[in-house]
Design a protein around this ligand. Structure first.
Ligand code: ADP
Ligand code: MG
Length: 230
């Protein structure tokens, strides 16, 4: 359960995501989807009013956001932050060093991963997200996910801004991580299209801060036909 400015947003949300699993979360605007992603990652401004969050037994709520990242959690943001003066190579070098993984060969890892999602290497030297198009920001988030290789990733509308081809490449890259490194995924999305390549094990409908229904991929197709009202 979580509130913003004393307003309850998440009203009792129970979710278990195992390694290698993909859980899609769909739901109307204002349902609390981004709130869930922010609460899990530790963004300031939210009050956890009840409940707990653990990652492989570690109490995430006791940790600062960077410590949650070190514990293996990654958030691809709905609205990625622009950071003037810092390139993605600098960011990931610092992140890898801080996590203890080491940053040897980070440039070549970046180039390999950029090629996998057809992201032009000139973006590697530009200031992080500054003057990037919506789709370029989302490719940048995917690149960070690929290089940091977290245990669990939350994708908050990774599809927004991506053109059809880029969406296929990015969702395919995340799907590959579920198989290659056992990445567990919470994929927040409005569109079934993301789930064509990133195949969900479960689809949940979040509305009014509660998971109202859970099913398989067929639930996403049904929602696309009928909408949320039903
Ligand atoms: P979703 O991502 O499902 O569209 P959000 O989690 O972003 O929804 O928002 C859920 C609800 O919480 C919305 O009604 C939104 O206006 C409200 N909310 C989120 N953050 C704040 C905030 N900082 N102050 C006031 N209301 C907020
Ligand atoms: Mg949102």
């Amino acid at each position: 359960c979580a509130s913003v400015r004393d307003k309850p947003i998440l009203r009792g949300l129970d979710l278990t995501v195992r390694s290698g699993e993909v859980h899609a979360i769909m739901g109307p605007n204002g349902a609390g989807k981004s709130t869930l992603s922010h609460v899990l990652m530790g963004k300031a401004g939210y009050e956890i009013t009840a409940g707990s969050v653990t990652l492989d037994g570690v109490d995430l709520l006791a940790l600062a956001p960077h410590e949650r990242a070190h514990a293996g959690l990654f958030l691809a943001m709905q609205y990625p932050t622009e950071v003037p003066g810092v390139s993605i190579e600098e960011l990931l070098t610092e992140a890898l060093v801080a996590s203890g993984k080491g940053a040897t060969g980070v440039r070549s890892r970046l180039e390999v991963e950029a090629a996998r999602i057809e992201f032009d290497t000139r973006f590697l030297d530009r200031a992080l997200n500054v003057d990037f198009s919506g789709g370029e920001k989302k490719r940048n988030e995917t690149l960070q996910l690929a290089v940091l290789a977290p245990k669990f990733a939350i994708l908050d509308e990774l599809d927004s801004g991506l053109d059809v081809d880029a969406l296929r490449l990015c969702s395919r890259r995340v799907e590959a991580a579920t198989q290659e490194t056992g990445l567990g995924v919470i994929a927040i999305t409005h569109y079934k299209r993301l789930l064509d390549e990133l195949r969900p094990d479960y689809v949940h409908v979040l509305a009014k801060g509660v998971i109202q229904a859970t099913g398989g991929p067929e639930l996403a197709e049904e929602l696309e036909r009928t909408g949320y009202a039903q």
